[in-house]
Design a protein around this ligand. Structure first.
Ligand code: UDP
Length: 234
């Protein structure tokens, strides 16, 4: 196995499926099956989940809401997604723990790095909720941060397309696909992979990342086996 411990970043939108909003139970089950397959291989898995399917702080703040308040709402929305994913995984008998960066004793543990690592060592999937617990950040930055904190070998960022292109492949038929990229290229070319905070954090700490299509069955498993899937960023 090329990677023993991975941090998987799922956007909130991934859970919505065709509905564009909220959570599709069908999609959730498909994602849970994909994750279960990788878990069966003995790979330790941490997951950071977004909330774009429910609420995004930036969007609400452009409509006049206080940015910090709307970001806190975004973070709370990630907790709903985390619980939904936990439920889907546990229905498949995969043991999980949700660790939230905002204290919510009744529904999740508080994020404690050493405890998260212990769960991983015991083969429990750890779902990190509530971002990093601070406004003005994104779940991409959370994913980069948690990946480094738990000592993940790689950050896997799930998308709807094959990987990173020079422009949006859903709008431009001539978009060029990148098999490999350096973090600095993302910043210099302004490629829409992750926000610049997440990119520079990953670059500074040499965290490898793979951007891949979540909707192609078996992709996560192929990546952990070292197959060339998606765009590799280093
Ligand atoms: N958010 C935040 N701090 C964090 C992580 C997330 O304030 O550390 C808020 C922010 O408002 C963001 C929302 O939570 O818009 C949902 O996260 P994101 O937009 O990254 O979700 P995704 O695009 O991955 O679905």
């Amino acid at each position: 196995m090329k990677y023993q411990r991975i941090l998987l970043k799922l956007s909130g939108e991934a859970l919505a499926g065709d509905k564009k909003y909220g959570i599709s139970t069908e999609v959730l089950q498909t994602i849970a099956t994909e994750i279960q397959e990788v878990h069966k291989l003995g790979v330790q898995i941490g997951i950071v989940i977004g909330a774009g399917n429910i609420f995004r702080g930036v969007a609400a703040s452009t409509e006049g809401m206080d940015r910090a308040s709307s970001d806190y709402m975004g973070m709370l929305a990630t907790c709903m997604n985390a619980l939904a994913l936990q439920d889907a995984l546990e229905k498949k008998s995969v043991e999980t723990r949700v660790q939230s960066a905002i204290k919510m004793d009744q529904i999740s543990e508080l994020y404690i790095r050493r405890k998260a690592i212990r769960h991983l060592e015991k083969n429990r999937i750890v779902i990190f909720a509530a971002g990093i617990g601070s406004p003005y950040f994104t779940t991409d930055t959370t994913a980069a941060l948690r990946a480094m904190e738990i000592g993940a070998d790689v950050l896997l960022k799930a998308t709807r397309v094959k990987g990173v292109y020079d422009k949006d492949p859903e709008k431009h038929a001539d978009a060029k696909f990148y098999e490999h990229l350096d973090y600095i290229n993302i910043l210099n070319q302004g490629l829409k992979v992750m926000d610049s905070t997440a990119v520079s954090l990953s670059m500074d700490h040499k965290l490898p990342m793979v951007v891949f299509n979540l909707h192609e069955t078996g992709n996560i498993s192929k990546i952990v086996h070292g197959e060339k899937v998606g765009t590799h960023i280093s």
